[in-house]
Design a protein around this ligand. Structure first.
Ligand code: AMP
Length: 318
């Protein structure tokens, strides 16, 4: 039986389904869980479906999340989306679920579900949910289609990332044609941001340090973040805006998360693979989009050295 039919059959078998995704949610993770919840309920109205995880006010427009119904866990199916490793799943007691499915487009890290569908060629987890829906008897709704569109647009950085494919356009074309979503209006929620973030972006542009090998970085301490009235998550919201800079091959923002006493690091690349380097520093991600967390500035400097070396090797090879 093919993957899509197998997943459909497992979904059909369970009356109670919990959908989870990775911690520190982003639009692809959130849109995939909220849309899949809606698609399952649209197809099987009697099922109880919960989309769980810590919410963030920034993406409140996508919909609200549910509280995990502890009483149901033992008999429920858990579907983990957009998460390659167990420690980053934003859901408690995952070992207690009756059955677990993983659907993910990240490079493989570890097997922790009974059934795992991984497609690293897919642009986004939302693209995988859309394909699953179209290739089975699952029923798409207009609001689920809007969420899927936003998740795909966000994770492909508006169809620019390397995993954007013919299939991505094909599926999105079909989605727009079938559901007639007003897709241009969906960019408003996705891209609106406070002026203070634009000002921070200006500060970063003015103060980025560029190495001879094409590594650009900035360390943002508590004082700078305070001055711009942003928190340590904000720099990550604008990392994609620094793509397509001629002199820059890899770029990274390091921000101090004073509350948790760590440095949050977001990294992007136009060439060298960065996820294996990020994985050495309590992180991971995609070949060209990764994140990491470290405790000291010394570790930050070791990470920067490794990224710089990767740029040097890449330039030598290119
Ligand atoms: P971000 O820079 O937060 O947008 O993350 C880019 C990619 O790296 C996403 O696929 C994240 O899921 C992944 N990622 C970010 N931080 C971590 C981390 N600490 N550990 C593993 N993966 C991460």
């Amino acid at each position: 039986m093919n993957t899509f039919k197998s997943i459909y059959k497992i979904i059909k078998r369970y009356d109670s389904i919990v959908i989870a995704r990775h911690q520190r949610v982003d639009p692809d993770a959130l849109a995939s869980e909220l849309s899949l919840k809606e698609i399952i309920i649209n197809t099987f109205p009697k099922k109880k479906v919960y989309a769980v995880g810590i919410p963030t006010s920034r993406f409140r427009y996508m919909g609200h999340l549910d509280k995990l119904d502890e009483a149901n866990i033992n008999n429920s199916l858990l579907i983990v989306l957009d998460t390659p490793d167990q420690k980053r799943v934003d859901c408690e007691s995952i070992e207690k679920f009756a059955y677990k499915i993983k659907i993910d487009h990240h490079p493989f890290v570890e097997e922790f579900c009974d059934y795992e569908y991984i497609n690293t060629n897919s642009s986004s987890t939302c693209e995988m949910i859309l394909e699953l829906t179209y290739k089975t008897k699952l029923k798409l709704s207009k609001s689920a289609a809007s969420l899927l569109f936003q998740g795909i647009v966000s994770d492909t950085n508006r169809f620019t990332t390397i995993n954007t494919s013919f299939k991505t356009f094909d599926l999105v074309h079909k989605l727009i044609k079938d559901t007639k979503i007003d897709f241009t209006s969906l960019y408003d929620d996705l891209y609106i941001r406070p002026l203070k973030e634009v000002k921070l972006q200006g500060y970063i542009a003015q103060n980025l340090i560029l190495s001879d090998n094409g590594l650009a970085y900035i360390k943002l301490d508590e004082e700078v973040l305070k001055k711009f009235e942003v928190d340590s998550a904000s720099p990550g919201n604008m990392i994609n805006k620094f793509n397509y800079i001629d002199e820059v091959l890899v770029w990274t923002f390091i921000s101090k998360d004073a509350k948790n006493e760590i440095y949050r690091i977001t990294i992007r690349s136009r060439g060298p693979k960065i996820n294996e380097i990020a994985a050495m520093f309590n992180g991971g991600g995609h070949e060209r989009a990764s994140g990491a967390r470290v405790k000291t500035l010394e570790e930050v400097d070791v990470l920067l050295d490794k990224l710089d070396e990767a740029c040097k090797i890449y330039r030598g090879e290119a």
